[in-house]
Design a protein around this ligand. Structure first.
Ligand code: GRG
Length: 344
């Protein structure tokens, strides 16, 4: 029987809007200036794709296996569990937005999510403080869950974000051209947050170490695929043609997978990369080599391999015949396809 198409985002749409309201109240601050800075990216219409909370709510449902207890107990326990898992989704989104605010300060970015970045609108100082404020609110919410393993996971994520960002801005020539270094940095900057949050969702549900690891594996591979496609889109934008993206990475001297694959085919590109892209004609030259190479194609293939590994993790979860569990697992599988075919 053919499976009906399903939209992962609409499956959790109702819960996402409750989450958005809760986030707005969680970032309310005493001082008006801080309040307006902290809520800047939680306002209606500037919430972003809400990719991470969507994955986490679907993962919560995908792991919703029956607990052997009386019906009334099951109902109150599972309601409480869902609230705690929603709290992980909120914390994850707060950490994500805090990292975006700090990233925009470091990059001196003037736009984010189609509007002026917070640093551009209110200055670097307030943007840094707003990021710190969101992180501290995330810490308070995390502490309220009273689960030290989950606290450790998410504190490690923050460490990874800082490590990844530092790795990116302090590279030697050797590291800048190493695929291994690039993938490690990508894990720290993008995949660690979603993978460890998926694991936190599983741990709160009392899942076994094996099932929690599968949740982590799903998030890790989905996160890596997501960033690899982000790196492709930085060159192509919504089209398939090179140079149509924002070229923001290469303009900042950041070398990503498409260029790394192109260097394998055209080692002379390495000399261009080593010059650092301060000269705009070097960007054109790099695009020329990239166009002649299979760099974009191989990056897409690598993203597809990670998407496949994410699907394997879902397929390896403990069997269930619960319809909601199965629908959520299908939605998580569907998301892997959307991540590798997305154009924005
Ligand atoms: C304050 C926690 C903290 C960290 C400081 C600046 C820094 C260290 C880390 C930067 C981390 C960073 C910005 C990684 C990029 C992650 C990424 C892929 C962002 C874009 O995510 P989308 O496309 O954004 O999901 P939306 O806007 O849709 O939410």
């Amino acid at each position: 029987m053919a499976e009906e198409p399903l939209d992962p985002f609409s499956l959790v749409a109702g819960e996402l809007s409750i989450l958005a309201n809760r986030l707005r109240s969680m970032v309310a601050a005493e001082v008006p200036k801080l309040a307006s800075a902290a809520e800047y990216f939680f306002r209606l219409g500037v919430e972003g794709k809400r990719f991470r909370p969507t994955v986490l709510l679907l993962m919560a449902s995908a792991l919703n296996m029956p607990i052997p207890a009386a019906d009334s107990v099951i109902e109150s326990v599972s309601k409480d569990l869902r609230t705690r898992q929603q709290c992980i989704a909120e914390i994850t989104e707060m950490i994500h937005v805090a990292s975006l605010l700090h990233d925009d300060v470091l990059d001196d970015a003037d736009t984010r999510r189609g509007i002026g970045s917070l640093n551009f609108m209110m200055g670097n100082k307030l943007a840094v403080l707003a990021g710190d404020f969101l992180l501290s609110r995330a810490c308070v919410a995390l502490a309220s869950l009273k689960n030290t393993e989950v606290v450790t996971l998410l504190a490690t994520v923050v460490e990874h974000l800082v490590t990844g960002e530092t790795m990116q801005m302090t590279t030697t020539s050797e590291q800048r051209c190493s695929m291994e270094y690039y993938l490690q940095k990508t894990y720290y900057k993008t995949a660690s947050l979603i993978s460890n949050s998926c694991k936190a969702i599983a741990l709160l549900a009392g899942q076994t170490a094996e099932a929690s690891m599968l949740a982590y594996d799903y998030g890790r591979n989905l996160g890596l695929a997501f960033q690899l496609i982000d790196d492709v889109l930085d060159f192509t934008g919504t089209t398939a043609s090179l140079g149509k993206g924002s070229l923001s990475d290469i303009r900042h001297g950041i070398v990503t997978a498409p260029i790394l694959f192109a260097i394998e085919e055209f080692p002379q590109l390495r000399t261009v990369v080593d010059r650092g892209f301060d000269d705009p004609s070097d960007i054109d030259l790099a695009l020329e080599y990239l166009g002649k190479s299979r760099g974009i194609e191989r990056t897409r293939e690598l993203a597809a391999q990670h998407a496949h590994l994410a699907v394997e993790a879902i397929d390896a979860l403990p069997e269930s015949d619960d319809e909601d569990v199965l629908i959520s697992r299908r939605a998580l599988v569907d998301l892997t396809q959307r991540v590798i075919t997305r154009t924005k």
